[in-house]
Design a protein around this ligand. Sequence first.
Ligand code: FAD
Length: 289
Amino acid sequence: MHQPMFSIEVFPPKRNAPVGTIYDTLDGLQGLNPDFISVTYGTGKSSDRTATARIANTIRKEYDIPAVAHLTAQYTTREQVDEALDMFRQAGVSAVLALRGDPVPDREPAGAFEHASDLVAYIREHDQDMTIFGACYPECHPQASDLDEDISNLKIKVDAGASHLISQLFYDNADFYHFLDKARAAGIDVPIEAGIMPVTNAKQIRRMVRMCSSRVPLPLEALLDKWGDDPKTLKQAGVIYASNQIADLVAHGVDGVHLYSMNKPAVTRQIWHNVEDLFLPGQTGTDFA
Ligand code: FAD
């Protein structure tokens, strides 16, 4: 029987935040033994381009967990991609999540990579050993005209060399299953992990779902209505909601679950405590480290 993967996303601390805060996050995740931890990549002008590689290195060396480094394409030149890949290799990171990145108002794209698939093809051409991940969108990427169009674009990314996909957050598993059926029917046969973002703060979730054009299904709307002004109770309800989503996903045989930790290890731990018996981490045959 196939074992679902379990992975976690963290982000580098903001430039003006003490760099040690990432250790608090990683220490807080100790003992969970996910199949990998992925580290986001900032697109902002003030983002520190070396942070992702440094944190991925720490995850691998000090915590002994495989790391996946995110890399965005749109505002990045070929030289900067080469530099980033060099940094990742030196850090012993052998898996990259290749992304386009979100458009930044008033900022001119660098022109080298229009879509994530262009970055995937470039990495595949220049580094045959790198495992390449890509992003996908169960509710359709906001810039695509419909899910069918988005999935044919996703197929280009997979054909270019993405061998593992991680989904955007969603709050109704039916949306994920619908997307999965369509992706498989379109010939996308790589593992697809379901992205789960726990609800811990009503304002933040409303902002995220607006940004991602995601739906808030009625059961989640009820939680936000009832406990939106009671952060402590909402957090507990959010942990239960995410745990139920994960149990249902595993029961449906998904390839894996990717938890957006938001650098809140206590919430991640609580969810893991609820669902860990459904997984056998470290036994899923991930072939990168
Ligand atoms: P693409 O795959 O390029 O898709 C973007 C749009 O272009 C879609 O509408 C798609 O249908 C269309 N498209 C794609 N290929 C083609 C093609 N060949 N021809 C025509 N149209 C095409 N952002 C960050 O800045 N840093 C991060 O670390 C980060 N991590 C993320 C992790 C995950 C798991 C996810 C789901 C998103 C992440 N994002 C991150 C956000 C991501 O950068 C945005 O969602 C962005 O708008 C799209 O990136 P993409 O790689 O999916 O783009």
